[in-house]
Design a protein around this ligand. Structure first.
Ligand code: PMP
Length: 392
């Protein structure tokens, strides 16, 4: 088939004649001139290569599903109508979530392509000129990054040295900055602890805008703000299936009163959750027993690792209610590199926040992976008996 003729005026050789130095200076077409300064100043979220490593860096569930469930998934995927757009309302999946998570009647659900996307939807919807998004620090870095993507101002209120909420400082910052949105991770990432629930309630009551309690690690903690949704009209609750074995599917959800979710739904792109994700998530949610068993196994292994870390001379492990453990060593950078050389990938948080000096974070893996990690850590620790103080 003959290709259509390209008009000579639009051939690349003539581009300069159209938009070249005389009309639009070349310089002004460069990304530096076009992209917002706040984006130019950002570093991209770094995901390190992990092929062939014992991968304990990203809070994934290390267990796969039993063969019977995988067969069911294979059949669903084979028959999935991938030539069609997904159900934009995700009705069947929402019904399965409602049952599986015991979502109280009267609350609406919004689905996201991971909870990352839900943070983005909330920020986009609330980003009036000059509006502020507030978090505590250290916490999930995406709160700050997405505030920047959306053009919001960001305020991070430092936690206390033991990673508890500094309630006075937070209330003071709320009064001064009047944030449109506050994100609180419960349990917190990367510290692993649950903040005091009464302190969070005080923050919700003092907030002039909406407070999102991010329960990404809920499966490993015996606490939730679900029951408080009825009490606080400005509270939203976020969950994800990522930490429960479905990180690759990308499914997050937001729960809240209809008056909030009706508005946020306007910003959600209609087909953000794909056909295959909807079908598989709905199926896996029906096997609640398996998800609960896996979470219980992770909690048991968490206790084993915590005990072993506590017994190591030069390691300070922090209490955790999540599927990961934050710990402090001497020379975290060297220990991290040495673990990597031994084939174990964890997360180095040294340098990311003053409170995280010399801190590393390990995700709980399978018993075999955890043994490999502990042995590699023992071999990587500097030969020093000195146990250090709270701030390294
Ligand atoms: N919230 C917190 C506190 C997290 O740690 C993470 C992932 N690390 C997320 C949200 C995002 O999870 P996802 O997008 O996979 O749902």
């Amino acid at each position: 088939m003959a290709l259509p003729k390209v008009d000579a005026a639009f051939a690349p050789a003539n581009l300069d004649a159209i938009v070249g130095p005389t009309r639009i200076p070349r310089m002004s077409r460069s990304p530096d001139h076009i992209i917002r300064p706040a984006i130019l100043a950002l570093s991209a979220y770094h995901v390190p290569p992990a092929s062939g490593m014992v991968k304990l860096d990203a809070m994934e569930n290390p267990y796969s599903l039993p063969p019977g469930v995988r067969d069911e998934i294979a059949r669903l995927a084979a028959d999935a109508p991938i030539n069609r757009y997904p159900d934009a309302s995700g009705a069947a999946l929402k019904a399965a979530l409602r049952e599986s998570l015991a979502i109280p009647p009267g609350l609406e659900i919004m689905l996201g392509n991971g909870s990352d996307e839900i943070i983005q939807i909330i920020a986009l919807a609330c980003a009036k000129p000059g509006a502020t998004l507030m978090g505590v620090e250290p916490s999930f870095v995406m709160f700050r990054m997405i505030a920047t993507f959306a053009g919001m101002d960001y305020v991070g209120v430092p936690l206390n040295a033991d990673f508890s909420l500094n309630l006075d400082a937070t209330l003071e910052a709320i009064a001064r900055r009047q944030p449109a949105v506050i994100f609180i991770a419960y349990p917190n990432n990367p510290t692993g602890n649950l903040f005091d629930d009464e302190a969070i309630s005080r923050i919700i009551e003092a907030a002039p805008g909406v407070v999102v309690v991010d329960e990404a690690y809920h499966a490993f903690a015996d606490a939730s703000f679900m029951d408080r949704l009825a009490q606080h009209p400005n509270l939203l609750l976020m969950r994800t299936l990522s930490k429960q074995g479905l990180a690759g599917l990308r499914l997050g959800l937001l729960l809240g009163r209809p008056e909030w979710l009706i508005q946020l739904e306007k910003v959600r792109l209609p087909y953000n959750v794909g056909v295959v994700t909807q079908l598989i998530a709905e199926k896996v949610l029906k096997h609640r027993d398996i998800l609960l068993q896996q979470a219980a196994a992770i909690k048991c292994e968490r206790a084993v690792i915590s005990q072993r870390l506590a017994a190591m001379e030069s390691v300070d492990a922090f209490p955790t209610d999540a599927n990961f453990i934050l710990f402090r060593v001497n020379e975290a950078g060297q220990v991290f590199q040495s673990l990597k050389k031994r084939g174990v990938l964890i997360k180095n948080l040294d340098g990311s926040h003053p409170l995280l000096k010399n801190c590393l974070r390990v995700t709980v893996g399978t018993p075999e992976e955890n043994i490999l990690f502990l042995a590699a850590l023992q071999a990587s620790l500097p030969q020093s008996n000195a146990k250090f103080g709270a701030n390294g």
